[in-house]
Design a protein around this ligand. Structure first.
Ligand SMILES: [Zn+2]
Length: 286
């Protein structure tokens, strides 16, 4: 399942491929994803120029200005859900053929060439939403309750500590709450707690200021390292028309139950919290 680093990797690839392009073709499937794809999507965004490719939490946001039939600047939100992926076809390769589970194909003209991107999603938990650009600044229902961006300047130990103060329950499920911090999923919650030396069952309310400081920094570090790995993987492995967004990651605890901790050699343990698996080292995390 794509987490923040995978989505950010896709964002970088889309930014590289589509920025400044003018949308000249749109094809969509009739099947609904998490939400129905707007039927009039093509007529609303055709002729628009892609002015920015942004990310908020796990949502990709394409700012589209000057579409033929739009009075306002627009924003196209793409969500990869559980199984979504993106393919990119630069001008040098033939136009893509429709594949099974392709839900959206968008083609943009750049410097006389045509670049296409395709959103594929077998399980259809992802989605495509068109909104006015103003709503994409934060007012839209999908965006208005999201917590702090863990890679943004506002994220620090004090923000985390304040968010935890009134919370019942353990720290690990709290980190998955998108209203506390945006974009962290199950993998990087376990990894960040390991990096910070904090046990996943620790009560959120009992996290101290120094622990919150360590944890906020650990969240930023594990995400930054994963994004760097994604960037490397794009350069090394992605062929034109290749799928962007999944890459091998070096993980310290996630998925390593019963294996030896890289730091102390003790056995990594797994426990269930709020229906999700948490992985931790009982020696390194107190
Ligand atoms: Zn250990």
């Amino acid at each position: 399942m794509p987490e923040l680093p995978e989505v950010e990797t896709v964002r970088m690839a889309l930014d590289d491929a589509l920025l400044g392009g003018r949308i000249c073709a749109v094809a969509q499937s009739a099947k609904p994803m998490r939400w129905a794809i707007p039927k009039n999507l093509k007529s609303r965004i055709l002729g628009g120029r892609i002015e920015a490719v942004r990310r908020r939490a796990k949502y990709l946001l394409l700012d589209v200005a000057g579409a033929h039939n739009a009075n306002h600047d627009l924003c196209l939100l793409l969500h990869l859900g559980m199984s979504g992926s993106v393919r990119i076809y630069p001008p040098s390769v033939p136009k893509p053929k429709r594949q099974k589970h392709d839900h959206l194909m968008l083609t943009a003209e750049i410097d006389g060439g045509a670049v296409s991107m395709v959103l594929n999603d077998p399980r259809r938990f992802g989605g495509v939403v068109l909104m006015e650009k103003g709503a994409a600044q934060g007012a839209h229902p999908l965006l208005c309750n999201l917590g702090c961006e863990p890679l943004g300047n506002a994220w620090n130990g004090a923000v985390l500590l304040a968010g935890l103060a009134s919370r019942k329950g353990a720290i690990k499920p709290a980190l998955l709450d998108q209203n506390l911090v945006a974009g962290i999923g199950n993998i990087y919650a376990s990894e960040a707690l390991f990096a910070a030396g904090i046990a996943p069952e620790t009560r959120a309310q009992n996290i101290t200021a120094p622990q919150a400081e360590r944890l906020a920094r650990a969240v930023r570090d594990v995400l930054t390292r994963a994004i760097a790995a994604g960037g490397t993987s794009i350069k090394n492995h992605i062929q034109p028309g290749g799928e962007i967004g999944y890459f091998a990651q070096t993980l310290n605890v996630y998925g390593r139950a019963h294996e030896a901790c890289y730091r102390c050699g003790d056995s990594i343990k797994m426990l269930r919290q709020s229906g999700r698996s948490s992985f931790y080292c009982p020696q390194c995390q107190k």
